[in-house]
Design a protein around this ligand. Sequence first.
Ligand code: GLC
Length: 455
Amino acid sequence: MSHAIQDALDLLERALIHHEHRPVGTVATCDPRVAAANYHDCFVRDFVPSALIFLLDGRTDIVRDFLHLVMRLKDQHEQLAGQHLATGVLPASFKITREADGSETVSADFGDRAIGRVAPVDSMMWWILLIRAYTRATGDRTLAELPECQRQIRQILNLCLQGRFEVFPTLLVPDGCFMIDRRMGVNGHPLEIQALFHAMLEAALELLVPDEGNQWLIELTRSRLDVLRDYVRHFYWLDLARLNEIHRYSTEMFGAEIENPLNIYPESIPDWVVDWLPEGAGYLLGNLGPSRLDARFFTQGNLLAAMFGLASPTQSRQILQTFEQRWDDLVGRMPLKICYPALDGKEWRLVTGSDPKNTPWSYHNGGNWPVLLWPFVAACLQHDRRDLAERAFAIAQERLPRDRWPEYYDGRQGRLIGRRANFDQVWSATALILSRMMLDAPDSLIRLGFGSLPR
Ligand code: GLC
């Protein structure tokens, strides 16, 4: 085992938090200097790579206790004064406080303590994906079939599938409700949420008990999955042929059979994309809505789409081609860029609200995030690009332990450690461990449902 992996494993052990003497999660960072209170919480999304490592290592009890706890915590949001969160929403994070008398309190954050006060949408999706991974890893359906667990799954589906004020099959969400949890122009129909939504619907179909009462929900889930997949594969896809079509789109048209139903104005295509989009490759748009096309490349959404089969097999290979042909921009000196390109000037002021943490080429606005290594490796292995996975892994393995596991990097190519980055960021380390495990056993994550067979 390399020094880097040993160091990462030590960090993972230090990060464990306990409840009633059992490990139930990992803190986001072990950096003692961090002032922001919630970085010492266990975030649901940050725990995902830890959970997958534990499942592959046979420490399945930790994952079971985590999943249980998160489900029980949702009762807390009903007690939040003045809050009207929808039933089914799960917390972004939780923490355990030890009282003077030795008792423990578990408190959840549904966004009510977070920056911007946005409730997470991704937590409930990751939770379902982890329930399926746990069920597959143990071969034991008892947890998934607990009445409270089935109820939670139904509530999540009800919440996401209910009728709304629009006709798109995609899910409409507020800004900053996922990994990018600050204002970044990712409100509406951001790709990452659509990719998780799609993966979550498939997982739910595997977990719901097919009894009579669930039949209608199962039908609804199936039909939404099909239209969602077709819609994203068609309307979110961008390659040179498609860009040419959009460039010459007719606009202001009514009726059913028109080529530009979203009324995208060709004038809205940003200059940079025309030169940047590689030949023979492509990617899924960052966001799409009425007269709104956000051409920024969002790494996590593209990778999750390739990994869980929201993108077609051909599209997935082309997405990986984009990484290869734009390696300096998307991987550079630290895998991987969270979003490309950065917003600057007036656009930065208007879209981020002049956020000093999201300055150009920093943090969410074009920073490089080591945690993105694991979905990259997963997508590469699934689509026959082991070469790219190895290249990215080598960069991360060499640099991360030396830099003490930063949360993110700054600069066009990620050459600088993030200005406000925490050190000992746990998911930077778990991404490396999990990537190593996948490179050593390429189908390990697919067996847990994190990956799918081509269709
Ligand atoms: C920041 C990130 C978020 C992450 C959290 C804990 O808020 O934006 O994605 O979950 O830190 O690491």
